[in-house]
Design a binder for this molecule. Structure first.
Ligand code: TRP
Length: 469
């Protein structure tokens, strides 16, 4: 374990062993199901091009400045997210009530964790499907021995219909996450990131190049990059910012928590740039991988959450070595998802461990146990509208899984980001911010302008037009 000293000079706490370990862990947190599964689903449900271009704009003008703000809060505060905010507020002579912004964040991360691990369970299911296909049909030929597309598409609804299996897989995924987080920052979380993220990138590049060589790109490029202004409605804009926050792990204390483990010698601005670029590149490439298959197979682009799980297996059916490639693909998604779920579990764990003064392993187990219950309810009551809540316009007819997703990405994350940018832009002392942000000259002015004015104002407007629908 690497021990650095907290900003109070007394509390020793854990930390990343190097700058590259931090980059891998933060990219690992950002790159996950949000890129491979949620981004194509959201783009498809929100009309394609208008969503995608607005999403990119959100990442650059809102996501990146907020990302720098979050890691800055963490590194200066050197503690769990709410405590870091409290320390900065105290140092700046401001009210400790600002810590509430991170309290909500911790709650949000917990909610995301619960439904994230349900989807992680689906990934495990498909690993099992492809592994058994590989064993039974051998390496040559495609997957599923030429079974009809409808049957392959039906695998996911089949899983949705089996509550016990869905709950079991969710528990398995969450237990894996727990195992690594309980081991601590440098020997658990960092270990996962340094081994799994490079493997992920190798597999991702390999499968993308292979996919690109099979052609069928034209319709996808038109679909994803044609900007039709009339499609940019309030709800589409809100969905795009929400996706940007989800994908960059922002607005719910995740990056504040990871920032606390960063050494003083790391330039936070340039590392934030690397994290945001890597995350966006993976999302766009995932879109370029998935949509050609969707169009070629005559599937609906707006299929939503099922998209990645239903369209790709059909493509693997028609590829040589399809079972093996499918297996590698879902293993790769599993790696990306695991490096994200550990960050989702770490944010509430870091807070709870300090607050209740518990050993890490105990605190992690209690937090994970609670997420297990919430996620299991979301899996079990799949497709069942939540009584009461689902009559609200925002949660129209949604089941618990979707209520958790909507409440976090469309409410908690944007609100968390507004409060974070106001806190960094207006509340924290200027000297403190200057010494942490790693920027100077014109770039620093631009960042300050975005954090003080653009982010809070634009986010407030998007939330209002988005929620009013
Ligand atoms: N960014 C991750 C993804 O795209 C999900 C995630 C990890 C996350 N940590 C987070 C989302 C913290 C919000 C907050 O899959």
């Amino acid at each position: 374990m690497v021990v650095t000293t907290g900003s109070d000079g007394i509390t020793p706490h854990e930390g990343w062993s190097s700058r590259s370990a931090f980059i891998l862990a933060a990219v690992g947190s950002a790159v996950g199901l949000g890129n491979m599964w949620r981004f194509p689903a959201e783009a498809g449900e929100n009309g394609g091009g208008a969503f995608v271009l607005f999403y990119i704009l959100c990442v650059v003008l809102i996501g990146l400045p907020v990302l720098l703000s979050e890691v800055l809060i963490g590194r200066h505060g050197q503690s769990n997210a709410p405590e870091s905010v409290r320390r900065i507020a105290a140092e700046s002579g401001k009210s400790s009530k600002w810590a509430i912004l991170a309290d909500f964040g911790v709650l949000g991360a917990f909610m995301v964790l619960s439904f994230y691990c349900v989807v992680g369970g689906w990934v495990l299911y498909y690993i099992g499907i492809f592994a058994s296909d590989l064993v039974s049909t051998g390496l040559a030929g495609g997957a599923f021995e030429g079974r009809p597309a409808g049957e392959i598409e039906g695998l996911l609804p089949g899983l949705f219909g089996n509550g016990a299996l869905m709950v079991g897989l969710h528990v398995a995924f969450l237990a894996t996450t727990l195992f690594f987080v309980a081991r601590g920052v440098s020997s658990g979380i960092e270990w996962v990131a340094t081994w799994l993220m490079p493997t992920f990138f190798v597999l991702f590049l390999g499968i993308t190049i292979y996919g690109a060589s099979t052609g069928g790109f034209d319709e996808t490029i038109t679909y994803l990059f044609t900007f039709d202004f009339s499609k940019l409605t309030g709800p589409v804009m809100l969905a795009a910012v929400g996706q940007a926050f989800f994908s960059l792990s922002l607005g719910v204390a995740g990056m504040m928590t990871y920032g606390a483990y960063v050494g003083r010698d790391v330039n936070l601005a340039s590392t934030s740039g690397i994290i945001a670029s890597a995350d966006t590149a993976v999302a766009l490439i995932a879109g370029l991988c998935i949509f050609p298959i969707v169009f070629a197979a005559g599937l609906e682009a707006n299929a939503g959450p099922g998209l990645m799980f239903q369209s790709l297996p059909i493509a693997f059916r028609d590829m040589p070595f399809g079972s093996l490639i499918g297996l590698l693909f879902f293993i790769m998604v599993f790696f990306a998802a695991l490096t994200s779920s550990v960050s989702l579990l770490e944010a509430p764990t870091a807070w709870f461990k300090d607050r209740a003064d518990l050993p890490r392993a105990v605190a992690t187990t209690i937090v994970a146990g609670s997420a297990l219950v919430l996620g299991a309810l979301a899996a079990w009551f799949w497709g069942v509208p939540v009584p009461g809540v689902s009559s609200m316009a925002l949660f129209e007819e949604q089941d618990l899984f979707n209520v958790l997703d909507t409440a976090t990405s469309k409410v908690l994350m944007p609100v968390g980001a507004i409060l974070t940018s106001v806190f960094v832009g207006w509340i924290a002392s200027r000297r403190l911010i200057d010494s942490e942000n790693g920027l100077s000259g014109g770039l620093e002015q631009i960042w300050l302008f975005l954090v003080r004015f653009a982010c809070p104002a634009v986010l407030a407007v998007i939330m209002v037009v988005g929620l009013m629908g």
